[in-house]
Design a protein around this ligand. Structure first.
Ligand SMILES: [Zn+2]
Length: 97
């Protein structure tokens, strides 16, 4: 998994892949007008809300990415459980006929 790396306040932080499309093209951006920071995805243009500091924007983005990953895992678990139930039902059905 490739992540965009950059230097912020002498610390290297990694932007996680986009929580929506999964592409590693997340970009930290500072608005020239409002001087607010945000992170956006160059692929699907998902974006965080405007933050006062760059690390806030990165934290918000990574937080969302982590949360989205958790949801995907959870969904996968649910799908597996449904498959299992369907298999069981199919097994019962076959046994009856
Ligand atoms: Zn995206």
């Amino acid at each position: 998994m490739r992540t965009g790396e950059m230097t912020i306040a002498k610390e290297v932080v990694s932007l996680l892949n986009c929580p929506f499309c999964g592409e590693p093209l997340s970009t930290l951006h500072q608005s020239t007008g409002t001087k607010k920071w945000s992170v956006y995805c160059e692929v699907c243009f998902a974006t965080t809300r405007d933050c006062d500091t760059n690390w806030e924007a990165v934290a918000m983005w990574n937080c969302r990415a982590n949360y989205s990953m958790m949801c995907t895992e959870r969904l996968h678990t649910v799908e597996l459980a449904i498959d299992e139930i369907l298999e069981t039902l199919k097994g019962h059905h076959n046994a009856d006929t």
